[in-house]
Design a protein around this ligand. Structure first.
Ligand code: KG4
Ligand code: ZN
Length: 355
């Protein structure tokens, strides 16, 4: 079955074609991604109206490119899988309306996909991962999704079934990275910038809070941590003027240590809460996904844990599948087919996976 995936929920336009058979590793025939990060960088965050316009410009050329790269024609496509939520409504609508038009014109069924269920299955796009998806002995799994808009823990009985265990009560982990980056005048998106500077800093310099770490529940909170970074910054002595900025700058060694200390606090909370979920549920598999799963330190810490606990298996998405992409959307639809007609498909910006 050839599944055409379409993703436009935030600032990445992406189209994929996935060849899916239950018994075999899904075969990604083509994946195209057009990132808007440069467009939004000057505003320090995603501007929904600009995002929608750029999706509109990008989506048809990407569709054509994806078909060419996959060496396929419209009549070879069996299903159109489109992200219908959660996300920015104006951005989602571009993908959804495109998918509906294609469904009508090509006479192909359509399926709504929740963006988070895409992230949840993203580790299984990697070669060799399918043997884990299909073997009962690896399940249940605890899945951590950490992105710019979401930080959640799920219990997964199998690849198609996710039950919410806990979620952030305020900011998402990626959002905290982005906000700390903004405080330090680092470009958007902040996650990769903060983690780059963190590599050069000392994580023990600042003892930032680990919110809700001691609480037995599996919820997260990052707003207080972000504020603690702000207060530290306000107290940090300024040494010189930064070039082409009127701001008095802090020493780069301090900047690096703020990044390292903030990252250490965030990762400690994410890893500890995931492990707590594993202990509470008896899960044998840990899945980590979402944009923040690109963080090398986070990946390393999870790898260290499974090295110590031999009964646990860890699955991380390849770096190219950590951010938003249509391959994961196509896979999420393929593993749980639920065909619709184009006229019953619509964007839902607030679609929560657990409702
Ligand atoms: O999944 P994603 O691409 O989009 C959403 O669904 O939100 O996640 C984007 C988020 C951004 O907040 C970005 O700063 C963060 O993932 N991110 C990172 C890293 N790379 C991306 N956060 C920490 N470390 C990274 N290396
Ligand atoms: Zn995402």
């Amino acid at each position: 079955m050839h599944v055409l995936g379409i993703e436009t929920s935030c600032d990445e336009t992406s189209i994929a074609i996935l060849d899916y058979r239950v018994s075999r590793q899904p075969n990604l025939k083509a994946l195209t991604v057009s990132s808007q990060t440069k467009l939004h960088a000057r505003w320090g965050g995603v501007v929904p109206e600009l995002a929608a316009r750029r999706h509109t410009e990008a989506i048809i050329p990407l569709l054509q490119k994806t078909l060419v790269e996959a060496h396929l024609l419209p009549q070879d496509i069996d299903l159109i899988a489109v992200t219908t939520g959660p996300g920015l409504i104006t951005a989602l609508q571009v993908g959804v309306e495109t998918a509906k038009a294609l469904s009508l014109a090509w006479h192909i069924p359509i399926q709504s996909v929740n963006h988070i269920s895409g992230h949840l299955v993203s580790p299984f796009l990697t070669k060799g991962a399918w043997r884990i998806a299909n073997k009962v002995k690896y399940w249940p799994a605890v899945a951590l999704v950490a992105s710019g808009g979401h930080t959640e823990l799920y219990l997964m009985k199998n690849i198609t079934h996710a039950q919410l265990l806990g979620k952030t009560l305020d900011d998402a982990a990626g959002e905290a990275f982005d906000k700390v980056a903004k405080m330090l005048h680092l470009p958007y998106p902040g996650g990769p910038q903060v983690s780059r500077l963190a590599q050069k800093g000392n994580p023990l310099t600042f003892n930032f809070p680990r919110p809700l770490l001691k609480h037995k529940n599996l919820d997260f909170s990052f707003a207080g941590l972000k504020t603690a970074v702000l207060y530290t910054l306000q107290k940090t002595p300024r040494t010189h003027y930064e070039s082409n900025s009127k701001m008095l700058s802090i020493r780069s060694v301090t900047k690096n240590s703020i990044c390292a200390s903030f990252q250490a606090a965030t990762i400690e909370v994410l890893v500890s809460k995931t492990l707590r979920a594993v202990n509470q549920t008896g899960a044998r598999l840990i899945l980590v996904s979402g944009g923040v799963s690109a963080n090398l330190e986070l990946r390393q810490q999870f790898k260290n844990i499974v090295r110590k606990h031999k009964h646990l298996t860890l699955m991380l998405p390849e770096l190219k599948y950590t951010g938003d992409n249509a391959a994961m959307i196509a896979l999420a639809a393929a593993v749980k087919p639920k065909l619709q007609s184009w006229n019953s498909t619509q964007a839902n910006a607030n679609w929560e996976l657990w409702t």
